[in-house]
Write a protein that binds this ligand. Structure first.
Ligand SMILES: Cc1cc2nc3c(=O)[nH]c(=O)nc-3n(C[C@H](O)[C@H](O)[C@H](O)COP(=O)(O)OP(=O)(O)OC[C@H]3O[C@@H](n4cnc5c(N)ncnc54)[C@H](O)[C@@H]3O)c2cc1C
Length: 410
């Protein structure tokens, strides 16, 4: 065993947004920091994010952003207030990588290059003298009498007064995702809540969506149709070989996975044209009958729906609309505005953008990000039992929680 004599104030495990922010903010305070990354490249999942552009944050204030994480809102507040969404934009702008607000909400680097964000953070680390090592995976956290001592990487040990576990989640294993962070947390005595693939597609029992794979609808709203479930989302819907995907369902997938541990299937209700009400459709139907009564229903609906989905959603598509039965009209209306699909699974870890579940929040101090079990052990980012919706929430959380750790370490 080769032991490095140097003692660091902070050893950061993982170089995603959480780890980099931890390294930057601790080293800004003069702390001696070692950054360890198991992959050959630094940056964690930043380069993958937002299709390579990185939706780094959005325009919400800290409180509103925390609310979007649901019941765990209170845990996020100290970190988000410390390094706010606006603070993140200012940080990158001040360091020469301009962040632009697109569609009045989402924030991306103007260069459209996620790698520019990694560059800024790494340059900041280098300016502050952070020692960084890639291709160096941590295998063990070293603890004695409830105090962190350092880490072990293969046959090398590094000693540190504090260790930040910022290992990210399990998703995208071909890039950097792994269970290693959870193993390290467990080894330190922490509880890991069940893990589910989140922000991904949903599989469904019905066969017809699979036959329509590749087709998309522009503005669909979707919610989980179970008592007490409030979650819903809206946006593009894509039919896939497994069922459905894209923005209309991405934010629901993690919850669907959780619910499937208790239910055989999870009913989803979809309004295929989120901005068109049932009353508006009925008015359209009335006009079809009056003005285009001889035209087959399928042909009339082809103005709104892609051709391949018509046989699945329009009952008796060959029937002229004037002869359409009340029952058919009712079914059509239901298919358009309150279509039920039964989810029986989600896409796997290879397609999930985030991990639901992780280090139990009860065991972490939200004001510092320090473990309540081991003195000097810190957590940040996706490794914790927190996941936000699409739209810059997860990277903001990673940056804010890492920054709070950086500001808290002694
Ligand atoms: C395709 C895709 C697109 C996304 N788009 C967005 C988006 O636009 N906006 C957004 O907000 N979020 C997005 N996300 C989610 C976001 O990227 C993550 O939530 C965020 O990167 C988590 O940050 P993190 O620092 O906690 O972990 P990560 O970014 O996953 O970084 C963790 C790092 O730790 C390293 N590591 C793990 N274990 C060890 C070990 N034992 N020793 C050393 N190193 C270790 C890993 O190799 C990795 O580099 C996207 C995710 C994916 C997969």
């Amino acid at each position: 065993m080769k032991s490095h004599s140097e003692k660091y104030d902070l050893i950061v495990v993982g170089s995603g947004p959480a780890g980099l922010a931890g390294a930057v903010f601790a080293s800004d305070r003069g702390k001696k920091v070692l950054l360890l990354e198991k992959e050959q490249r630094f940056g964690g999942k930043i380069p993958l994010s937002g299709g390579g552009r990185c939706n780094v944050t959005n325009v919400l204030g800290a409180e509103e952003m925390a609310r979007a994480f649901g019941k765990k809102e209170r845990f996020l507040l100290p970190a988000l207030r410390n390094f706010t969404p606006e603070g993140v934009r200012r940080y990158f702008n001040d360091r020469g990588t301009e962040i632009e607000v697109t569609d009045d909400f989402h924030c991306f680097p103007r260069s459209k290059k996620a790698s520019d964000l990694v560059k800024v953070l790494l340059e900041h680390c280098d300016e502050n003298g952070v020692t960084r090592m890639s291709g160096t995976g941590v295998d063990e956290v070293l603890i004695a009498d409830g105090n962190i001592q350092g880490v072990r990487c293969g046959n090398r040990t590094f000693s540190g007064k504090n260790v930040l576990l910022a290992c990210g989640g399990k998703s995208y294993p071909e890039w950097s995702g792994s269970e290693k962070g959870y193993e390290l947390a467990r080894q330190a005595g922490h509880t890991i809540t069940p893990l589910y693939p989140a922000m991904t597609g949903v599989k469904c029992v019905e066969e017809w969506p699979k036959e329509c794979a590749g087709i998309s609808l522009e503005d669909v709203s979707c919610f989980i149709d179970l008592p007490g479930e409030k979650m819903g989302c809206r946006g593009e819907l894509l039919f896939t070989h497994g069922g459905i995907s894209a923005f209309a369902v991405l934010d629901l997938a993690g919850r669907v996975g959780e619910l499937l541990t208790k239910h055989d299937t999870v009913p989803l209700k979809l309004n295929l044209f989120a901005s068109v009400s049932a009353a508006e459709w009925q008015e359209r139907f009335r006009k079809f009958r009056q003005e285009k009564g001889k035209t087959p229903a399928g042909k009339l609906l082809a103005e709104y729906l892609p051709k391949r989905v018509i046989p699945h959603l329009v009952p008796a598509p060959e029937t002229p609309f004037a002869r359409y039965s009340g029952e058919n009209a009712k079914k059509l209306l239901e298919n358009l505005t309150a279509l039920t699909l039964r989810a029986d699974g989600t896409e796997n870890w290879h397609k999930a953008m985030v991990t639901r579940g992780g280090v139990d929040l009860k065991e972490v101090n939200a004001k510092t990000m320090e473990s309540r079990l081991v003195h000097g052990l810190f957590f940040a980012g996706e490794l914790l039992d927190l996941d936000g919706p699409c739209g810059g929430y997860n990277i903001q959380w990673a940056l804010s929680s890492g920054a709070l750790c950086g500001k808290s370490v002694n």
